[in-house]
Design a protein around this ligand. Sequence first.
Ligand code: ADP
Ligand code: MG
Length: 394
Amino acid sequence: LTSDDSVAATLTTPGVAQAFRDAVGHDPEGVFAAPGRVNLIGEHTDHNEGHVLPFAIDRHCRVAAGRRTDDVVTVRSAQEPGETVTTTLDALHRATGWSAYALGTVWALREAGLPGEDGWDLVVAGDVPLGSGLSSSAALECAVALAVADLTGSDLDRHTLARAGRRAENDVVGAPVGIMDQAASLLCRDGAALLLDCRTLEGQDVLLGLDEVGLVTLVVDTRVRHDLADGGYADRRAACVAAAEALGVPALRDATPDALDRLDGTLRRRARHVVTEEARVHRVVEHLRAGRPHEVGPELTASHASLRDDFEVSVPALDAVVDTALEHGALGARLVGGGFGGSALVLAPADAAPEIGEAVVRRAADDGHPEPVIREVHPAGGARREAWAPGGRH
Ligand code: ADP
Ligand code: MG
């Protein structure tokens, strides 16, 4: 086996259970899987208390887990071969690096009332690509959260698990993320997107019905990441807060299109993105509910134009993917995530996907951009306990 093969072998439920057995010396008590996600539409609406529309995808982080009889916690990952991170229950919040996502989640769950004084052995293996905008981080947090809550026999609900994952990322990893990724990973139903109200955290299922009419979603990772990503993100958030203040509303979610006339210049364009994007989310939901999935395409493309021209968070490599995909038969495309690089989402007829992929790669080469990585993603259900019976504990 090459090292790639041995990682691939862990990416199944029996595979990660075997990896646990090899590392820990006995069977895990359970195996849990949590999906990554992609956000169909609703970009930069989350920090304005608006709506987002993510769906869970058919790529997962799996965790094989077992309780210990002391207060030690160990975590290993197939994506970090050879490393075992060992700590104790009272030091979980001091975790650093990749293990902070997993250990921080155990810490946050205990803060939220998870009972028990026993430690844990955790073995992780995932096929959500790391750092490609498909939320490998939430997949890891949510798989750990479900594992630890389920094996403790606790009655913490899935919203509490989602908040614990977010808290791990905010307070232990130190990343100022919202709750969309964890909510999608834990709450999505198979074949449906989750219309999430970022003010109330209420969610509604919205059936996608894309596969049924021969449509696919491609995620194109440009592998471009700009140094100004963090500063640019903070600047856009601040502009939204300033615009809401100028309009006298609690958040831009509450601003009406007419109110935009009371703003000028840059602030007006920033606010216009948020107000029009919020309207696009609701139009996409209407199209999907009315069985008009093809109509979603133009809304995605309009979202991109707004992110490019009004919010100014696109970069040439993303614009090139969107333009090229549309020229080769895509119904719609847009940048996804905060912007300044990262990935684009393309909605296309399945039979156009190969040509779109080739054209996007060719265009990147012509423009001197890095070679993009293209993945077809399909809707999937939320985090679950895997059907797998251990041979017995110890
Ligand atoms: P994204 O969530 O879009 O994939 P992030 O930067 O938010 O990107 O999270 C990626 C980080 O999460 C990785 O750099 C790593 O530290 C951690 N991570 C995610 N999945 C795993 C895994 N299976 N094993 C180890 N670390 C992981
Ligand atoms: Mg992430």
